[in-house]
Design a binder for this molecule. Structure first.
Ligand SMILES: [Zn+2]
Length: 321
């Protein structure tokens, strides 16, 4: 009897030990899991004040720990979520967006992304870049991207006197743009419009003399408001043409003509964009020019037309590497 009792007692002891061990293991595993979870970015970001929804968006966007660590070192800021959700957000500009955002609290996320992408955080002609002419009809020329003085397109053709004033040879356009212009001219003509090219290819030297003469007589500020500095005129690409009608070449009134309206609505079908629209002056740095069209090819022109963006914005997101 005594031995059975002792045996029974020993079984109990063993059972209790096993139970304690099991509890210990479960507890330990849980503790370990908790410890592990606290090491995750999910936990750290939630702990930093971001909502579950925001954390999901951040984790989906960033595989790179560098950005997540940066966010954890910065104060919680939900505008960052708005930034990464912008259509034209670019990873490479992440830090620039954040710094620019801090300095420009009046701007929304879309504006921050746009301005940084197209260099509007700099003054015009500040930190300029040499235009990549190897991009051909997609090259960008503006007040940040300048052509060098030697650049001359090698496929300029003379515009027929049917479509331009002055002597033959006084107007030249790159062949690809000229062919597109002829298609557009015919389409417009079928609807009763007569388009005329008023200005086309302009050499670096030509642009220089135009700009310098304004500068000499009225100062740099005035010159900058009416003319592009040499190297920054799209006319040097041979892809830009100033189009008016046979009956109206007045820069002040052309916008109100049927021809100008037709061009604004149809030029993209032939690969041209209205380069300096009325509502994009702050982006392009140019006053509204209802006559200035730039050849970029049908695909790009269509995208720009349908999405109502500038070539600057398109270039930053889709072309520039
Ligand atoms: Zn022009």
């Amino acid at each position: 009897m005594k031995t059975r009792k002792r045996l029974k007692k020993q079984v109990y002891v063993v059972l209790i030990v096993i139970i304690i061990l099991l509890i210990g293991i479960v507890f330990g595993v849980n503790k370990y899991k908790e410890y592990k979870y606290k090491q995750t970015y999910e936990y750290k970001l939630l702990d930093h004040g971001y909502s579950e929804n925001e954390v999901n968006k951040l984790l989906n966007k960033f595989n790179d720990e560098e950005y997540l660590n940066y966010l954890l070192n910065e104060e919680k800021n939900s505008t960052i979520i708005d930034l990464i959700e912008c259509k034209y957000y670019l990873d490479k500009n992440f830090y620039n967006y954040i710094n620019y955002m801090k300095e420009n609290t009046d701007l929304n996320a879309e504006e921050i992304v746009r301005n940084i992408n197209i260099h509007l955080d700099n003054d015009f002609y500040e930190n300029t870049i040499t235009t990549d002419t190897s991009l051909d009809t997609s090259m960008l020329v503006n007040k940040y991207y300048l052509l060098n003085s030697e650049y001359v397109p090698d496929d300029l053709v003379n515009v027929s006197q049917t479509y331009s004033w002055g002597e033959i040879g006084s107007q030249q356009v790159r062949e690809v743009a000229y062919n597109a212009f002829l298609d557009m001219w015919n389409a417009a003509n079928e609807e009763g419009y007569y388009l005329m090219i008023n200005s086309s290819y302009r050499s670096y030297a030509d642009q220089e003399s135009v700009y310098e003469s304004f500068k000499r007589t009225s100062g740099e500020r005035y010159a900058d408001s009416v003319a592009a500095r040499p190297g920054s005129s799209e006319h040097q690409t041979g892809l830009a043409i100033d189009i008016f009608s046979k009956t109206n070449t007045n820069k002040n009134t052309f916008a109100d003509t049927e021809e100008a309206k037709w061009l604004a609505q149809n030029s993209y079908k032939f690969g041209f964009i209205l380069r300096y629209p009325e509502d994009k002056v702050d982006i392009t740095g140019y006053s509204y020019e209802s006559w200035h069209f730039r050849y970029v090819g049908i695909d790009i022109a269509t995208y720009i037309y349908e999405n109502d963006i500038t070539f600057e914005e398109y270039y930053a997101y889709y072309i520039e590497k």
